[in-house]
Design a protein around this ligand. Structure first.
Ligand code: SF4
Length: 378
């Protein structure tokens, strides 16, 4: 609908009003200190963090930060807590490598694959579950992409190709079009899905050339990653409106993050704001066991309580599925009775889509021993 009115979240500040409006992304500790987002005496610890997982905050997200330490800042500004090893963490939390038939390709469920088309992102989220592999190394090498496409061609059960990364929308429209053409030529692939943070964190990317590339695919879904209503700046809302007006189906995924959105109020604001932008909340992910990200994890009981409160106050249109990726690569489990059984305080048995059982524990700081997750014979 051309001319659709762009609805912004209640209380959202215009981007231009930000005291931190910059033309360029901030990519180092010095830049964060200069903008008042990190304390000078924290520099040595933050430099150590940045050696393991780099920093990148776009102008759009700098504009969305109200005060240091607010729910947007915490997602992108590193903290010394990332240096804590966390006995319960894993380098490959959701087991991408356990199901890798070709470099850059994950085949976990029969009818769909994940193609990691690039390792670059517009921002580096401090809780990223792929933080061990995500960085500035750019697009998947041509030979690896060719091998991945050959596997998809040779596997007729695959109906859906999910492009992720990194962030696929950091690729140029020309490169995306070429990739879409290659995938589109595979007769058994019916759907392309893209997971991206781009429309929110780099809304200027959503231009006519990119939209034309997305529209070259007959059936394409774009899943936008957003975690707090404050991320939905006027520029982000305008980008989402351009996509919706162009007929691109929009879904959203959100990570449940301690200290950022772990309340029914914060999530209700976000999900309502997304629906106002014609984006349907799809998944609420329980935070994964990424190294250096333990401080972002809630307990399962906290997540279930929040979902129960949301169910009482939100339309079904605003309610995503709350899911956890079982460590080790056993797929997603909905956080529902029958799939999740609490056996003692903070200790659970998870049942995966094949009926296999896996032990799981809440974060260590809840007074429990370090996490010991393990598969159990059905
Ligand atoms: S945009 Fe996604 S892949 Fe990139 S750092 Fe954030 S969570 Fe990780």
């Amino acid at each position: 609908m051309p001319g659709h009115r762009v609805l912004t979240p209640t209380g959202a500040r215009p981007d231009t009003a930000s005291p931190r409006a910059t033309a360029r992304a901030v990519t180092d500790v010095c830049g964060l200190i200069g903008l008042g987002l990190a304390a000078p005496d924290a520099a040595p610890a933050l430099e150590a963090v940045a050696r393991d997982f780099q920093i990148r905050v776009t102008p759009a997200m700098l504009a969305a930060i109200g005060t240091p330490g607010d729910p947007v800042a915490r997602q992108f500004v590193p903290s010394a807590a990332e240096l804590e090893a966390g006995a319960d963490t894993l380098p490959d939390p959701i087991g991408d490598l356990a199901h890798q038939p070709a470099p850059g390709l994950t085949h976990r469920y029969p009818d769909r694959v994940i193609l990691h088309v690039t390792r670059t992102c517009d921002v580096y989220c401090r809780f990223c579950f792929r933080r061990e592999v995500v960085g500035e190394s750019g697009p998947l090498p041509e030979a690896d992409l060719a091998a991945a496409l050959a596997y998809i061609r040779a596997t007729p059960a695959i109906r859906e190709v999910i492009l992720t990364g990194g962030d696929p929308l950091t690729l140029s429209p020309r490169r995306l079009r070429a990739l879409f053409a290659e995938i589109g030529a595979i007769g058994h692939v019916e759907v392309i899905r893209i997971h991206s943070r781009g429309p929110v964190v780099a809304p200027e990317r959503i231009d006519a050339a990119l939209i034309a590339a997305l529209r070259s695919v007959p059936v394409l879904y774009l899943v936008v990653h957003a975690n707090h209503a404050n991320e939905l700046t006027p520029a982000a809302c305008a980008a989402l409106a351009r996509l919706a007006d162009a007929g691109v189906p929009l879904l959203a995924q959100t990570v449940l993050l301690r200290g950022i959105n772990d309340s029914a109020g914060a999530l209700a604001d976000l999900f309502r704001a997304l629906v106002r932008q014609r984006v349907t909340p799809y998944y609420l992910h329980h935070c994964d066991l990424a190294q250096g990200a333990s401080h972002f994890r809630t307990t399962i009981a906290e997540g279930q309580q929040i979902m129960a409160e949301l169910r009482g106050r939100l339309s079904g249109l605003c309610l995503p599925a709350y899911v956890l990726d079982i460590p080790g690569g056993f797929g997603k489990v909905p956080m529902l009775p029958g799939y999740v059984t609490e056996t003692a305080t903070g200790q659970y048995i998870l049942r995966d889509h094949q009926g296999r059982q896996h032990a799981y524990r809440d974060p260590e700081r809840q007074g429990l021993r370090p996490l010991a997750w393990a598969s159990i014979a059905p």
